[in-house]
Design a protein around this ligand. Structure first.
Ligand code: ADP
Ligand code: ZN
Length: 651
């Protein structure tokens, strides 16, 4: 069928009718990618590799796209789908594993004036048949299908018939890592997707994922038979996310301060390890005046769904959740992801924090971390049911995460290095990590570490007893507590040898020693024990440079919400702080948007993103032409909402 799709992607660019600044009604049918980007999506330019990918697929090539969350994967198949449809009819078949995601994507496309639909188990028979008829007619531009449905005999017969008439424009396989058994999202149904290539070899395929590692990538290529596909790997940097780790010290209060100072009224996710902690934290936040909802696998399905819907549809909800929450949540305006407990490993941390700021606007990844986290995570591995070999792997991954948490240099460099990407410290970013923003003071803890370990050694010599961190610190600091006196520890040669070091500093030393595996905790009381490698430290072979614990909050910016929401990352235009008048306009636009969203039964961000409303509030367009210049305003939305917006702005 290739001839139907032939020709350079830009050959008809000249037919583009002045895309943005023309008066209505707009009837543009150009199939050039740039024209589609302007006209349908209202964006000015492709990002990163998007243009190259889009052209490659329009030209009939296969592609594997690895792009971080929020990188803009959807446009990579949506623009080619529209272009190929405009040239020769035909429908793009998008395989997507999550019903909620399909509905949102289809809702957003329809809002932008693109005829799209989905087929999944949420539909009645009548609805299904109606959509199937649309699809078979060639009028539909995109159809989203769940993988298990795609490979049914009925669906395959329909695809055969479409293909005989040259009416399949492309296959897009979203969340392609689901095909890999290495990942955590493996889905049996994805394995059958290789039949697409076998059955319809002429149809271009584009597979997309945000999972970066080599193993998964190789798996996707092999299982989906994408050996001949061009691979597009984007940087996995998320320049708009600020990474920060704070020392745990009444974590809940720290969280509250963080939300109140920087994220008043923002949507965010707070991850906790246990269901109980999820419930407690959510109800505590509510008591403190923050709209928070709990989400974990122990809640009944109806409640979970209701909470998820509210999070998606309402403004400014904080979801307090276990890791059961998040897969397939593509809400673009999540302004922060907070961890009250240590995630499992760096992969999990990056995936969870990646849910913040998909819209490219500034967002925070914030974590409170302390000695107990290290101890708990180690214990969970040690006491878990896994085989020893597997546990070794888990410990290695935990160590890497702990090193990140303890780091006093650029966290972004460390994160990206973990995924095999070299980078420079992010100090110049608008949203630099905490360490680049305020480089922490460090101190040489080599000697202190030796003192601590030799004190543990003395305990051991002195009766073989083991003690916990608090007692150890008392002895090191020369505090003659009742327990110290009772055990005769005043007489130890290590009594008082660390009096010059503050208690908080000692805690960091011990945490580091545990994190690095020189000390191990044991039993119910977390007593400390030397490991085989402790000798390296005792001999002075290990240099330890630690961050100085700070008792002042990392950041006390009292920046207003909207100011932050419009501040750009390093690749964004300069900040647009909204003055009071603009803020009022922004609020008025949001109120209007909320009404439209309710009427259409859609999440508000599908109508317009915050950034688009902020730009309207800032620049105050006073005509349809001026409105059309704003990023995120496509032709259909201009037609549907333009005069309303001008009215709201004019009031
Ligand atoms: P991903 O699927 O890679 O996580 P999305 O496709 O959801 O990312 O895109 C993230 C956000 O970025 C969306 O809100 C999308 O509208 C926006 N976006 C994507 N490409 C562009 C672009 N070229 N210009 C402006 N905004 C874009
Ligand atoms: Zn940095």
């Amino acid at each position: 069928m290739p001839s139907r799709w032939g020709g350079s992607p830009r050959e008809d660019a000249s037919r583009t009718i002045a895309p943005l600044n023309c008066a209505l009604p707009v009837t543009i049918t150009s199939s050039s990618p740039d024209a589609i980007l302007h006209e349908v999506f209202g964006y000015t330019a492709f990002r990163g590799a998007q243009a190259e990918i889009v052209n490659h697929v329009i030209g009939g090539g296969d592609a594997l796209v690895l792009m971080p969350t929020g990188g803009g994967k959807s446009l990579c198949y949506q623009v080619p789908a529209i272009a190929r449809h405009r040239r020769a009819q035909g429908v793009a078949v998008v395989v997507s594993p999550l019903i909620a995601l399909m509905q949102d994507q289809v809702g957003a496309l329809e809002e932008a004036g693109v005829h799209a639909s989905f087929l999944n188990s949420s539909l009645t028979l009548d609805e299904t048949q109606k959509i199937e008829r649309e699809m078979m007619s060639g009028r539909l531009v995109l159809i989203y299908i769940a993988p298990e449905r795609l490979t049914t005999p009925r669906m395959l017969a329909q695809l055969d018939s479409l293909q005989q008439r040259g009416l399949i424009s492309l296959f897009a396989i979203d969340e392609a890592h689901c095909v890999s058994q290495w990942g955590h999202d493996f889905r049996e149904d994805y394995l059958a997707l290789n039949l697409l290539h076998e059955r319809y070899p002429e149809v271009p395929r584009i597979a997309l994922t945000a999972t970066a590692d080599d193993l998964t990538r190789a798996d996707i290529i092999a299982r989906l038979q994408l050996e001949d596909a061009r691979v597009f790997i984007s940087s996995f940097d998320r320049p708009n996310i600020r990474y920060a780790v704070v020392e745990k010290d009444e974590a809940r209060k720290q969280l509250l301060r963080f939300i109140q100072d920087d994220h008043e009224g923002d949507a965010g996710i707070v991850y906790c390890q246990s269901r109980k902690k999820v419930e407690e934290t959510a109800s505590w936040l509510n008591d403190e005046g923050i709209s928070a909802l709990p989400y974990h696998a122990g809640l009944d399905t109806g409640v979970r769904k209701r909470h998820q819907d509210r999070f998606l549809r309402e403004d400014g909800i904080v979801m307090v959740a276990t890791i059961a929450f998040g897969m397939g949540i593509d809400k673009p305006d999540v302004r922060f992801v907070a961890h009250l407990d240590l995630p499992k490993n760096i992969e999990a941390y990056y995936q969870e924090t990646g849910r913040a700021g998909r819209d490219g606007q500034p967002a925070d990844a914030w974590m409170a971390y302390g000695l107990a986290d290290v101890v708990n995570q180690r214990r969970m591995i040690d006491e878990g049911p896994a085989a020893e070999e597997f546990k070794r792997g888990q410990r290695g991954k935990l160590d890497a995460l702990l090193t990140l948490a303890e780091a006093h240099d650029c966290r972004r460099v460390r994160l990206l290095a973990y995924f095999g990407e070299a980078s420079e410290r992010c100090a110049a970013y608008q949203n630099a990590c905490d360490n680049c923003l305020t480089p922490p003071a460090t101190w040489d803890a080599t000697e202190a570490a030796r003192k601590a370990l030799s004190c543990v050694y003395r305990f051991h010599q002195n009766g073989g007893q083991r003690y916990g961190a608090a007692h150890l610190i008392d002895v090191l600091r020369g505090k003659a507590t009742e327990k110290v006196v009772q055990r005769g520890h005043e007489a130890l040669s290590t009594f008082g040898i660390g009096a010059d070091i503050a208690e908080a500093q000692w805690r960091v030393v011990l945490r580091q020693l545990i994190a690095l595996g020189y000390l191990r905790t044991e039993g119910e009381y977390n007593t400390l024990e030397l490991t085989a490698t402790a000798r390296e430290v005792l001999r002075g072979d290990v240099q330890m440079l630690l961050r100085q614990p700070s008792d002042t909050p990392k950041r006390s910016s009292k920046t207003g919400r909207v100011t932050r929401a419009t501040r750009g990352g390093k690749d964004k235009p300069p900040p647009l702080p909204l003055d009071d008048a603009a803020l009022l306009r922004f609020e008025a636009l949001k109120a209007w948007r909320a009404e439209v969203a309710r009427e259409h039964n859609l999440p508000a961000y599908i109508v317009f993103h915050d950034a688009t409303l902020a730009e309207m509030a800032q620049t105050q367009p006073d005509s349809m032409d001026a409105l059309a210049q704003i990023s995120g305003v496509g032709a259909k939305k201009l037609e549907a909402y333009g005069s309303e917006i001008l009215r709201v702005l004019g009031d």
